[in-house]
Design a protein around this ligand. Structure first.
Ligand code: ZN
Ligand code: ZN
Ligand code: ZN
Length: 374
């Protein structure tokens, strides 16, 4: 049900690397240094089995061919990556210094943006080699590098959203009362895979008081009649993320539970309606937060309203007070306000939303009314 997608080609990766090098130049950097992790996957399609003490580093310098510094024993794998044909490989062998191999590719006095995933070990090695060079993290220097998705990426994110929605529609029919949170979480993970996820990143099942802790995953607590249950789940479909939350209730809710759920639903709607090109990220947060504060629950909304999503399930842009970055068509992020009553229960509702030419479009569209489960 998640459709077929033609794999990204070397030309796609070439275009991304060109875009990244241009963005780096625009931000005043001499280039980009990209370590194994989501940035490298996005730029080259190459995911080494694990980041290690052996240096792998993509060097992107505007106007020059992209160079991948890679351990000799991994060069074959790098060559076979989808973006491999777009790369010049510079391999190095154990017993030699990978930093001495990298240094000639860089300007000795250059200022470079470095992906957040780079190991300190490697950056310190480069600094030893080029003491007058300077480095800034992507988070600080180029936070929006991957934030605007193109049509091919949007199609994958939409497929991921639809797959997560299908999992929710099924889990609503599952038995909750009398089962452990971890059992429902296992059901959710199986459903995510059944509907097309290749990787499940999280399956939060927060019942009763556990729902009041936004970081609770799923534990041994047995779910009971009368519990509010926060379900927050996601993973990757065709390399792109899903992340959605619905809060269900086991049996008939109280008037207070209904009221709080209604407030969160209205806040989520207000956050969604604030999404339009040119609006600052913080306006989405403010719109959602205002509804909750006006209802008297402001102190119980204890996290930012949203985060970006793409090849990872948490990345810029962040919908948070103080983030003045304007929204741009193609950005994708969550809108997920919540109310958390310590020791009692929590309610969160989350959709992934993308910015369109005139507003926002949800990539999750299951009913946001409180579902009654058994
Ligand atoms: Zn209840
Ligand atoms: Zn979530
Ligand atoms: Zn989220």
């Amino acid at each position: 049900m998640t459709g077929d997608f033609a794999p990204f080609t070397a030309d796609d990766y070439r275009a991304r690397m060109r875009h990244a090098a241009r963005a780096a130049a625009g931000a005043g950097f001499a280039g980009l240094l990209v370590a194994p992790g989501p940035d490298l996957v996005w730029l080259t399609g190459y995911a080494p089995p694990a980041a290690t003490e052996r240096l792998t580093l993509l060097v992107l310098v505007p106007g020059a061919d992209p160079v991948l510094v890679v351990p000799k024993l991994e060069a074959g794998d790098a060559e076979k990556a989808a973006g491999g044909p777009a790369l010049t490989l510079r391999d190095w062998t154990d017993g030699t210094s990978p930093y001495a191999v990298t240094a000639p590719l860089l300007d000795a006095r250059g200022r470079y943006a470095v992906s957040d995933d780079a190991w300190a070990l490697h950056l310190l090695g480069l600094q030893r080699e080029l003491p007058e060079s300077a480095y800034v993290s992507f988070s600080d220097g180029l936070p929006m590098l991957r934030a605007v998705k193109d049509d091919a990426e949007l199609a994958r994110l939409a497929a991921a959203g639809a797959a997560a929605d299908a999992a929710y529609e099924e889990i609503r029919n599952a038995r909750f009362a009398g089962r452990k949170e971890s059992d429902v979480a296992a059901d959710l993970a199986a459903l995510l895979r059944r509907f097309g996820h290749s990787q499940v990143d999280f399956t939060v099942v927060g019942s009763g008081p556990n729902g009041a802790n936004p970081h609770h995953e799923a534990g041994e607590r047995v779910i009971r009649e009368g519990d509010m249950v926060v379900l927050d789940f996601g993973g990757l479909v065709h390399g792109y993320g899903s992340d959605t939350t619905r809060t269900v209730h086991v049996g008939e809710p109280t008037a207070e539970e209904r009221e709080i759920h209604d407030v969160v639903r209205a806040a989520q709607e207000a956050g969604f309606r604030a999404v339009r090109p040119g609006a600052a990220c913080q306006e989405v947060d403010r719109a959602a937060r205002r509804v909750i504060a006006d209802a008297g629950y402001g102190e119980y909304f204890i996290h930012r309203t949203g985060h970006g999503i793409g090849t990872t399930t948490h990345e810029p842009p962040y919908m948070i007070e103080g983030e003045e970055q304007p929204l741009v068509p193609g950005m994708c992020f969550s809108v997920e306000p919540g109310i958390y009553l310590p020791g009692r229960f929590g309610v969160r509702i989350e959709d992934i939303v993308t910015v369109t030419g005139s507003g926002g479009r949800r990539l999750n569209d299951t009913a946001r009314e409180m579902a009654i489960v058994s």
